[in-house]
Design a binder for this molecule. Structure first.
Ligand code: ARG
Length: 457
């Protein structure tokens, strides 16, 4: 396909130049947004009298037909075209002749591409937000089923204090709710119309940017044309929000991988969401979780790509910026691909409650509660802490838990201990006494679940 900028060149473009320069292989996915943007632009050109009404209508009808034809497969996008903008305009001109050539009045590919990316990413943000809500809903359901499933909470991957599986899952819900919030925030700044910035210096035509913004659902128009064409903050912000989503999914994946090891056996993944080994017949591997953990690196890489592309280019548009699309599209596609597999994997996993309970019974995770018992009887916390530490040492020597240690041993360390200590260190009680906002007690977790449900409603 011939270039749009032929006039001043005397030679044909070298094939190597076109192959290197062309972005059609990855910007073809913006065909719908490119055409819708052009329809809005052409409508405005007609409404303001910049071109004749009749011509504007013909252009709009022609663009709609091109859109239908691409969607139905009747029109194939030419992979030799320079980019999607060139292809659509070229096709329109091939169909409408002179009238098609009027579409690009008062516009540049620089503000056109800035518009298209915003339109595409705005839609992707909505889709990813929906997918996040799906995962949050699954986690809320699992949490409902596990409000009394006691498990050890960890610090340093050492058993620390008793929590419930519901409480643990709701921690991930909190992260994902922040992710939703971040996406909404990114969308807010993305939803500003760059069209009308022209190549860099606006335009002399009496355009109506407000009308275009209304037609395309933008909240406002960008106020500086240089910034309008050279701003890719919204790509970087989105890549950053997506990177955090991947951090969260990756941490969750790491726990899934640990939990389904024989060393933990807290959960079992469904057969449909696990894989086997080609040589070891006994293996059942958490490949989805491992791939999600691995793919997080791609998204962080995409963020670094975008930051690096943008950091050294003078205003306004530079061709370096064509590199934005592969990076941000890859980040978007990766997150969607991960969520698509991760959510049903979580939904179908089996929670091995008894194994969690047995793990909670070992590791002295009620030691803090034992110390708190002494504090309740008047001892200073630091003394209570020391006495309990000595008790733990005795338990380790004897190979018993705090629950199994005879009262005589308790009293040998501190004569304040009485038989009511056993009720005080009961794991269920230890969990349900943690009623402070954010804690693992059933009532507290119920608030957390309700809050997450309100957010996704
Ligand atoms: N394919 C180009 C891109 O993605 C479109 C903008 C071209 N503008 C230009 N001045 N060459 O960035």
């Amino acid at each position: 396909m011939a270039q749009l900028w032929k006039g001043r060149f005397k030679k044909e473009l070298a094939k190597e130049t076109n192959d290197f320069n062309s972005s059609i292989s990855f910007d073809c996915r913006m065909f719908e947004e490119d055409i819708k943007g052009s329809i809005a632009h052409a409508t405005m050109l007609g409404a303001t009298g910049i071109i004749e009404k009749g011509e504007s209508e013909k252009i709009v009808a022609g663009l709609k037909k091109i859109l239908d034809d691409i969607k139905s497969g009747k029109l194939k996008i030419d992979m030799d075209a320079e980019d999607i903008h060139t292809f659509v305009e070229g096709e329109l001109t091939a169909r409408l002749g002179q009238t098609g050539k009027r579409l690009h009045t008062a516009r540049s590919r620089n503000d056109q591409v800035a518009l298209d990316i915003r339109l595409v990413l705005r839609k992707e943000i909505d889709e990813i937000s929906q997918m996040l809500k799906g995962l949050i809903a699954v986690l809320c359901n699992k949490a409902e089923e596990n409000k009394t499933t006691i498990m050890p909470g960890y610090t340093h991957l050492q058993r620390a204090q008793p929590i419930t599986f519901a409480h643990h899952l709701m921690a991930y819900c909190s992260m994902l709710c922040r992710d939703l919030d971040r996406l909404a925030d990114v969308k807010k700044r993305m939803n500003v119309l760059p069209l009308g910035s022209g190549a860099l210096a606006g335009t002399t035509y009496p355009i109506d940017r407000g009308l275009v913004a209304d037609l395309l659902g933008f909240d406002s128009v960008c106020l500086n044309s240089l910034d309008g064409v050279s701003d890719r903050d919204f790509c970087i912000e989105l890549a950053s929000a997506l990177s955090l989503i991947m951090v969260h999914l990756s941490r969750f994946s790491e726990e899934i991988i640990m939990w389904c090891s024989w060393e933990f056996k807290f959960i079992e993944l469904d057969d449909a969401f696990s894989t086997g080994s080609s040589i070891m017949p006994q293996k059942k591997n958490p490949d989805i979780a491992e791939l999600v953990r691995g793919k997080s690196g791609r998204v962080f890489g995409d963020l670094t790509t975008l930051l690096t592309v943008m950091k050294g280019i003078a205003l306004a548009y530079n061709k370096d910026m064509q590199e934005d699309k592969e990076a941000i599209f890859d980040a978007v596609d990766t997150v969607k691909m991960c969520l698509n597999a991760f959510t049903p994997m979580i939904d179908t996993m089996t929670v091995l409650k008894d194994n969690m309970r047995s793990a909670a019974a070992k590791g002295f995770i009620n030691a803090t509660d034992c110390a708190d018992y002494l504090v309740g009887k008047g001892l200073a916390f630091r003394d209570a802490y020391k006495a309990t530490g000595e008790l733990v040492a005795i338990c380790i020597d004897k190979g018993v838990t705090l629950e199994e240690l005879p009262i005589e041993d308790y009293q040998s360390v501190c004569n304040i201990f009485d038989n009511d200590v056993y009720a005080a260190i009961n794991l269920e009680k230890c969990v349900n006494d943690r009623t402070a906002i954010g804690g693992p007690a059933v009532a507290s977790v119920e608030i957390q679940i309700q809050n997450a449900k309100n957010i996704i409603a």
